[in-house]
Design a protein around this ligand. Structure first.
Ligand code: NM2
Length: 538
């Protein structure tokens, strides 16, 4: 029984029940489920589009306020604590935790979608459309996205190092607001919604990564499977890898894979940058960053409100992309927040916020700038038509075609596939770890092994069933998983912001009170000493 003593059964069982109640209808009634999912997608993205965009912008402003306002200098730990990790490894770990294999998918081909169906009702394929095609990806993986990631990290790190509460659950970060309700149902509900969110986000990630890796393997081994068998095999093998890593624990499994991850990334990006059109890549990347900064607020708030009225076309660009992305970052954020908090001991709030925003964005700019602009160059220089492959085949086929254009095609494809697999593993081994922690009432050292293993497999159940029903609309189906699962997190995020300012404010008052008392005491001791001295003189 020792293995079950610390379980938080209500959170565990309700989460499991929700997962089953989503997955069973998907498998039993594929057709009806697909229709319902697509309706749900349209309903949430149009209905809540403005809410999603507003909360993302609010979070961005909020973290900047924390960084530059009166709380920026608060240290996560004792004043004398030095940061536990050097800045380089801190930035690297932060990036690898938050970014999974999806950057290899979207980094290479996101621009194609914007190129063919541009924002702001621009002419497809026009110069402006090309400019935005290379810019929008950077925006969707840029400062607002990383602000969403860093927000949960702040109250969690504060609770960990200033309040000294061992914390492996997101509900505990809402304690200042919830008080005693944290350990009761309201707190459990927050944890359950977080679990539901992460399962949805994983659905999107694994659902995209599996066909991509399958396409790579088809190229490498000349298999022309095209069906589900290979994908199922890959999903099972990928799950086995991260399950094994989660089972081995933080130090051995997760850290080793993260290091390998980073070196493979440098190798891949460096190679494409050097052998690809280096000047084009540099120029386009710099221009795109400039355009993103110039149009930052326009992109952050554009919802195409007049689409469909008069003769204004309706593209649903913001709903399909910006809303989807913010939802996808939201569902991952509490999990990544727990990780960022874990590695940020000894840093000031300002450093954590600005470091995450800056290094996170920079990493993504490198991926999109190098891989994406290489593909863009193939297209507009007439070397190779990426759009044709996407239109006639699929996104994953286009990715492999782009990578295949590089020198040493097969070796590069192999490098790409291995990097994707490891990125997947480093995201979900820590994911399983955090889910296990969330479903225990307490954690002694590490969450139970069986529990970590359980969540590793649970994470791939949703993508597995989505894969079975996917067809023409597979991208929308996968996007819906994050969009729907992300909606409740909007409320949790609002609670996190209020809660955090509340604790900071209260602690500041307490601190000032303590300082005042301390000074008062000092003054009194001093005047007594003076009085004694005066008497002595007399
Ligand atoms: N985000 C960064 O699939 C992954 O790579 C995990 C995805 C939220 C878009 C994160």
């Amino acid at each position: 029984m020792r293995k079950y003593r610390l379980m938080d059964w209500p959170t565990f069982l309700v989460s499991l029940l929700i997962l089953i109640s989503v997955v069973v209808p998907l498998i039993a009634f594929p057709e009806a489920s697909r229709d319902t999912i697509l309706q749900l997608n349209a309903w949430v993205t149009t209905g809540l589009g403005a809410v999603y965009l507003s909360i993302a912008l609010a979070v961005f402003c909020f973290v900047l306020y924390i960084a530059f306002g009166k709380y920026g200098q608060v240290t996560l730990g004792a004043e004398s604590d030095d940061p536990e990790f050097g800045t380089f490894s801190w930035a690297a770990m932060l990036f690898c935790a938050g970014i999974g294999s999806s950057i290899l998918y979207w980094g290479v081909i996101e621009w194609v979608y914007y190129y063919q169906a541009p924002p702001f009702h621009l002419e497809p394929g026009s110069e402006e459309a090309i400019n935005y095609a290379s810019t929008y990806g950077i925006f969707h993986w840029g400062p607002i996205a990383w602000a969403i990631y860093v927000l949960p990290a702040l109250p969690i790190a504060y609770a960990l190092y200033v309040k000294k509460t061992p914390i492996l659950k997101i509900s505990l970060a809402c304690e200042p607001l919830l008080g005693r309700q944290t350990k009761r149902w309201p707190g459990k509900l927050i944890d359950i919604l977080f679990i539901f969110g992460l399962l949805g986000g994983a659905g999107t990630t694994l659902g995209l990564a599996t066909p991509m890796i399958a396409a790579g393997i088809e190229v490498l081994f000349g298999i022309d499977d095209g069906g589900t068998m290979l994908r199922v095999g890959i999903l099972i093998s990928a799950t086995a890898i991260f399950a094994f890593s989660a089972y081995s624990g933080l130090k051995r499994g997760i850290k080793v894979l993260s290091d390998i991850n980073l070196w493979l990334t440098f190798l891949l990006l460096g190679f494409v940058f050097i052998v690809g059109p280096t000047v084009f890549i540099m120029e386009t990347t710099v221009s795109s960053v400039g355009l993103m900064l110039k149009d930052f607020f326009r992109m952050a708030t554009w919802l195409e409100p007049f689409g469909g009225y008069r003769d204004v076309p309706e593209t649903s660009f913001p709903q399909d992309w910006t809303v989807f992305y913010w939802a996808w970052w939201l569902v991952y954020a509490p999990f990544v927040g727990l990780f960022i908090a874990r590695i940020s001991k000894g840093r000031r709030l300002k450093e954590v916020v600005l470091g995450t925003l800056l290094y996170g964005t920079l990493g993504c700019v490198l991926f999109f700038g190098i891989l994406g602009n290489y593909g863009l160059w193939l297209e507009i220089s007439g070397t190779f038509s990426v759009t044709e492959v996407i239109n006639n085949e699929s996104g994953e086929a286009a990715i492999m075609a782009i990578i295949g254009q590089l020198p040493f095609g097969k070796i590069t494809t192999a490098l790409f596939v291995v990097t994707a697999l490891i990125y997947l593993a480093t995201t979900f081994d820590s994911g399983s770890y955090i889910l296990a922690g969330t479903t225990q009432s307490e954690v002694e050292g590490e969450p139970y092994r069986w529990n970590r293993l359980f969540w590793a497999f649970a994470l791939s159940v949703l993508p597995f069933s989505l894969m079975l029903i996917s067809g023409e609309d597979s991208l929308s189906l996968l996007q819906t998983a994050s969009i729907v699962a992300g909606a409740p997190l909007i409320v949790i995020f609002a609670m996190l912001m209020i809660s955090f300012v509340k604790t900071l404010g209260e602690d500041r008052i307490k601190l000032e009170e303590r300082r005042r008392k301390h000074k008062e005491k000092e003054r009194r001791t001093l005047s007594i000493t003076h009085a004694k001295r005066d008497r002595w003189w007399e």
